[in-house]
Write a protein that binds this ligand. Structure first.
Ligand SMILES: Cc1cc2nc3c(=O)[nH]c(=O)nc-3n(C[C@H](O)[C@H](O)[C@H](O)COP(=O)(O)OP(=O)(O)OC[C@H]3O[C@@H](n4cnc5c(N)ncnc54)[C@H](O)[C@@H]3O)c2cc1C
Ligand code: SF4
Ligand code: SF4
Length: 337
């Protein structure tokens, strides 16, 4: 009989738990937080006058399905502290709020996700002191809590987005593209423009990832959103108001905005990944994400979701389903032998 241990109860962990359950396999989710769902649970719909395909609807009833599924045991405020044995008989020691307990599992899935606030401190200013600046996670919360026609206490005259904030920069050891922030930010920009047609919305971008098929840049400029291709060189404040310094074809410029949104992306939680790698025998790559040392069919240790690399919601769910399928197929092969 299979019994699978899943470390992390975010989107990837929950998707796998549910797929396994539908295949008749029980699992235990070890979640360090106090609820399932991870980051996605606090994201908001980004429809303007119509759905903008942000991916959130793909989650559908997953949280309730996992919460109500008797084949999925949920341990909150918990972590894996030791793992020994081999595929088919992995012995885990788990710390819970009540104390330690140990059990044997056929397989272990690492679905520990990414770091939320990796780049705000490193980027050179104290984010918490400024309430007119939003990180990506705060923008998501703004979208979630929005009224039917209001986002802010009063209509802003201007709003700017800085793309690739903390991504694609060697300074922050994140040379990669986070994959998701062009999409969530431009969808949110459309919502701002929809609520406040007179607000000037400027996107400071280096690269615009394809978000919808067709000419996406035109879709934005047709709405009056301004695309400014450059990486701002400095961010300062005039009182509470953010001031962006940048350089375009006409030379150096400085502009104050009512609101500033930082496209913070998907970053590896390196200390967490290192601790997990030490326990499970996975490896931390040079970019900080986790990877395999031995094939999961041999080790019984599987990886899923953004612990491995940046992925959006639909990509994470597809990746998690693939992981569940290979685990199920591997067990089928083992039983056939
Ligand atoms: C600002 C922002 C906005 C985004 N908006 C969108 C969007 O609109 N559309 C879209 O498609 N994608 C979006 N994404 C991407 C989306 O967030 C990810 O695809 C998704 O969160 C990945 O889920 P996950 O399970 O891999 O990771 P997570 O959501 O990080 O979940 C990991 C879970 O593991 C738990 N955990 C971590 N370490 C441990 C441990 N050691 N022990 C136990 N538990 C642990 C965590 O508490 C968490 O519950 C956005 C990303 C960002 C950064
Ligand atoms: S949550 Fe996202 S996918 Fe669902 S209706 Fe809103 S914009 Fe569309
Ligand atoms: S998704 Fe867009 S904003 Fe995010 S790192 Fe990639 S190019 Fe930059």
């Amino acid at each position: 009989m299979k019994n699978v241990l899943i470390i992390g109860g975010g989107l990837s962990g929950c998707t796998i738990a549910r797929e396994l359950s539908l295949a008749g396999i029980s699992s235990v989710i070890v979640e360090k937080g106090e609820s399932i769902g991870g980051k996605v649970r606090s994201y908001g719909c980004k429809a303007d006058e119509k759905c903008n395909n942000c991916g959130l609807c793909a989650v559908h009833t997953l949280w309730q399905d996992v919460e109500n599924d008797p084949k999925i045991q949920k341990l909150f405020g918990s972590s894996l502290v030791d793992l020994s044995g081999s595929a088919g008989n992995l012995h885990a020691v788990i710390r819970t709020k009540e104390g330690f307990f140990d059990d044997s599992f056929s397989d272990v899935i690492v679905a520990t996700g990414f770091e939320d606030s990796a780049c705000t401190g490193a980027a050179g200013y104290e984010k918490d002191s400024y309430n007119r600046v939003y990180t990506g996670a705060e923008l998501e919360k703004l979208m979630k809590d929005r009224g039917s026609d209001t986002l802010f206490s009063e209509a802003p005259k201007s709003a700017a987005f800085i793309f690739c904030y903390g991504s694609r920069t060697l300074k922050e050891r994140a040379a990669y593209c986070s994959q998701v922030c062009c999409a969530y930010s431009t969808r949110a920009a459309k919502v701002i423009k929809h609520y406040y047609p007179d607000t000037e919305v400027v996107l400071f971008y280096m690269d615009l990832q394809a978000v919808n098929p067709g000419n996406y840049a035109k879709e934005l400029t047709d709405r009056g959103i301004v695309l400014e291709r450059c990486r701002p060189v400095d961010l300062t404040f005039d009182g509470d108001y953010p001031v962006v310094s940048y350089e375009d074809a006409d030379g150096k410029k400085k502009r104050q905005f009512d609101y500033l949104f930082l496209n913070t992306g998907i970053h590896p939680d390196v200390p967490n990944n290192t601790a997990i790698a030490d326990i499970t025998g996975l490896k931390v790559k040079s970019d900080g994400f986790l990877t395999y040392v031995a094939p999961p069919s041999v080790s019984g240790i599987y990886l899923a979701g953004t612990a491995e690399k940046p992925m959006n919601i639909v990509g994470t769910m597809a990746n998690a389903r693939n992981t569940a399928m290979s685990l199920i197929n591997n067990s089928a092969e083992v039983s056939a032998v």
